[in-house]
Design a protein around this ligand. Structure first.
Ligand SMILES: NC(=[NH2+])NCCC[C@H](N)C(=O)O
Ligand SMILES: [Mn+2]
Ligand SMILES: [Mn+2]
Length: 329
């Protein structure tokens, strides 16, 4: 271990298998219906029972799948190229409080989405707790086909699920999101991407100009997933807690077809699980998001129980179990 770094105090780390769960039925960060049904599909597939019975977690879940309808404005017109900005902001502000409440007593926090815009709230809430308890920033490993680092100025779609990293790192600020405080930001030097293969040209410029660490599918092909994880963890350093934000579209559509923006040429099931297992092994994982499971997306092709939905939900459950300590032997 590098002698100049202070290890993360164990009093912070999730030690007693307490797991805070927040289920977020939100789809307003993008335009396709159905991603709000993701958490229900994951929970109905038995995810929380598996975590409790097989992995011995004490689950702290309010039993709800939050749609935050009380927070939704009646009309939510586009502002500065952001679609449904007020709903996105209000949901994330509430979610921020929910993940913060769990993380502040040292619980590991699992957020089930929902589209990826919800990482604005889930991650900033965990980052706030880490800052208060440890006076350290939070590192984020963002596993995704996409960089989700558009600002409202660079975004071609106007969908906020393509912007969460820009908000979380402070590259993008907006008065509608004024509750998001600078001190809960993720430093650009503590952010690592894995799995990228569909990055917009404006995003490439942002990645280059800010020297953001990113391992694309090309890098995974070249080095193998084991080496890529080693390099990612070395880059972050061994002295801070880690949040894993896993967009199911990082997996190849062969394994996770039921998602809104699938991109060919992605991770295998084992590569995805391996990333999660490796982060569990660090002992420094304090939060995880699993997002963009959309059980409705291919349903029109033969009812909601198509093999595509089953496979995607199974893959999502497996990723979470691996991040929370399931091992092969
Ligand atoms: N979380 C996601 N699946 N994001 C896809 C983003 C796609 C595109 N880059 C956009 O900004 O609209
Ligand atoms: Mn994606
Ligand atoms: Mn994403």
């Amino acid at each position: 271990m590098n002698m100049t770094t202070t290890p993360v105090p164990s009093r912070f780390l999730p030690s007693n298998n307490d797991l805070g769960v927040v289920a977020v039925a939100f789809s307003g960060g993008q335009g396709k219906a159905g991603v709000d049904a993701g958490p229900d599909a994951l929970i109905k597939a038995g995810l929380l029972l598996q975590l409790q019975d097989d992995l011995s977690y004490k689950i702290h879940h309010d039993g709800q799948i939050h749609n935050y309808r009380d927070l939704m404005p009646e009309t939510d017109p586009t502002v500065d190229n952001m679609k449904r900005p007020r709903g996105c902001s209000a949901v994330n502000q509430r979610l921020h409080e929910q993940t913060y409440e769990h993380a502040k007593d040292g619980k590991l926090v699992l957020t089930l989405g929902g589209d990826h815009s919800i990482a604005i709230g889930s991650i900033s809430g965990v980052a706030r707790a880490v800052r208060e308890r440890l006076d350290k920033p939070l590192a984020v490993i963002w596993v995704d086909a996409h960089a989700d680092i558009n600002t409202y100025e660079t975004s071609g779609s106007g969908n906020v699920h393509g912007m969460p990293v820009a908000f979380l790192t402070g590259l993008c600020k907006h008065e509608i999101f004024s509750w998001l405080k600078d001190e809960h930001q993720i430093p650009l030097t503590k952010l690592v991407y894995i799995g990228l293969r569909d990055v917009d040209s404006g995003e490439k410029k942002i990645l280059r100009e800010n020297k953001i660490k990113a391992f694309s599918m090309h890098d995974i092909d070249r080095h193998g997933i084991g080496k890529v994880i080693d390099m990612a963890l070395e880059y972050i350093g061994d002295d801070i807690p880690i949040h894993l934000s896993f967009d199911v579209d990082a997996l190849d559509p062969v394994h996770a077809p039921s998602t809104g923006t699938p991109v060919r040429g992605g991770l295998t099931l084992r590569e995805g699980d391996f990333i999660c297992e490796s982060l569990h092994e660090t002992g420094r994982l304090v939060g995880m998001d699993l997002v963009e499971v959309n059980p409705m997306i291919l349903a029109k092709e033969g009812g909601a129980d198509t093999w595509q939905v089953t496979e995607t939900v199974r893959a999502g459950c497996s990723l979470v179990r691996c991040a929370l300590g399931e091992s092969l032997l």
